[in-house]
Ligand binder design. Structure first.
Ligand SMILES: Nc1ncnc2c1ncn2[C@@H]1O[C@H](COP(=O)(O)OP(=O)(O)O)[C@@H](O)[C@H]1O
Ligand SMILES: [Mg+2]
Length: 370
């Protein structure tokens, strides 16, 4: 539905030098999908979204929507933003304070090119207000809405034109934590219900994982990895992705052998040999880094049957009780690992404990030369 090919967008800074904000962006979003650009502040998410909207003029590349080219650097095509027909909600969404909920939502229909009868406007507005669950507040003044209701109103206004593409830039960032989580569910329900193709921008990894069909992780203007939330979390391709999406333990090592049929590598590390998987092919002798999520470092007081195969005796160095889990810091051969464990594990600090890592949960990636 949305296809972006080799998109580059640059700015000029105060010194007149080019700032490469989005570089070689390639994205394909199928009809009805929820696609998220995830990355730290300044990585180029907003620039990419504004380029799709037509609010920035890219330097090069192609953008097509349902087969229609809205931007092409090589062919000199640039469709102005108001002719692209996309719905948008930005971080600092503006609702009109002197209008009530109904009038706010109806506004885009009244100023647009198409002419609608009063009855048509009534039907369209009430349909989207029902979808965002604001229909019972149609006559309420916009300023008398809670933060979450204002957010939903901004969404209703973006949806009322029934856009083929919805662009959302950190639309939940102004809300407190509880409301943000609630809105996350509502947004997901609404998007799935209406099947509107959506490109969503956030720096919040749990938001990205919770909402998306596909996530593109960005850093310094470039996409690092595109995949399903589970792919991104369980099979990160590089250290940036592993570190940015969730927390992880990095363990350096060298590839000692490779069992191709099992797709399993044996990696020699500072804590011993570890059976591991890898997203990209690595070769015997390569320097790699293993990413092991804290919840995949399993702890037990009982000695496992086959010590030596991804299991070690460790020492409890520190622990933090979190209610639903306990974070243990354990040491193995001078190395500290973080383990997130069920609170039933009660081994005291300074005592020995057994640790085990499933080979499937130890992910090798090429070490970055530093
Ligand atoms: N209008 C602008 N002029 C100059 N530089 C800009 C402008 N907008 C963004 N940038 C720079 O482009 C880079 C990407 O910014 P942005 O796309 O806003 O990142 P994000 O949305 O991921 O936080 C940053 O280095 C930012 O400072
Ligand atoms: Mg931004």
């Amino acid at each position: 539905m949305l296809n972006i090919h080799s998109l580059c967008t640059e700015y000029t800074n105060e010194l007149g030098q080019p700032v490469k904000a989005a570089q070689d962006i390639n994205i394909e979003v199928p009809e009805g999908h929820f696609f998220t650009l995830l990355g730290p502040s300044g990585c180029g998410k907003t620039t990419t979204l504004r380029s799709i909207a037509g609010l920035e003029r890219p330097k090069s590349g192609e953008i097509t929507v349902s087969g229609v080219t809205v931007y092409s650097g090589s062919r000199g095509v640039f469709v102005p933003p108001n002719q692209r027909g996309f719905g948008m909600v930005f971080q600092s969404y503006a609702i009109w304070p002197h209008m009530d909920v109904f009038t706010n939502t109806a506004f885009p229909l009244q100023v647009g090119k198409a002419r609608y009868s009063r009855a048509e406007i009534e039907a369209k507005v009430m349909k989207v207000l029902a979808a965002v669950q604001l229909d019972h507040l149609r006559d309420r003044e916009a300023t008398k809405l809670s933060g979450g209701q204002q957010q939903r109103l901004a969404l209703a206004r973006a949806l009322v034109m029934e856009p083929k593409l919805l662009l959302l830039d950190e639309p939940l960032s102004n809300l407190d934590a509880k409301l943000r989580e609630l809105m996350r569910f509502e947004l997901k329900r609404l998007q799935r219900e209406l099947r509107i193709t959506t490109v969503y921008v956030t720096h919040d990894q749990s938001e990205a994982l919770a909402l998306s069909h596909q996530v593109a992780v960005m850093n310094q203007g470039r996409i690092q990895q595109i995949g399903s939330p589970r792919d991104i979390y369980e099979r990160p391709q590089n250290q940036f992705v592993a570190d940015f999406v969730g927390s992880t333990n990095f363990v350096e090592g060298i590839v000692r052998s490779c069992e191709s049929e099992a797709d399993c590598y044996v990696i020699e590390t500072e804590i011993g040999a570890l059976r591991s998987v890898s997203v990209e092919r690595v070769n015997v002798g390569d320097k790699v880094v293993l990413s092991i999520r804290p919840e995949d470092v399993q702890l037990t007081d009982e000695k496992p049957a086959d010590v030596g195969v991804n299991s070690w005796q460790a020492m409890v160095a520190q622990k933090v009780f979190l209610g639903e889990a306990i974070d243990f810091r354990i040491t193995i051969a001078n190395r500290t690992l973080l383990s997130r464990t069920h609170p039933s594990v009660r081994t005291p600090i300074g005592h020995p404990i057994w640790a085990y890592v499933n080979p499937n949960k130890s992910v090798a990636m090429p070490a970055v030369a530093s």
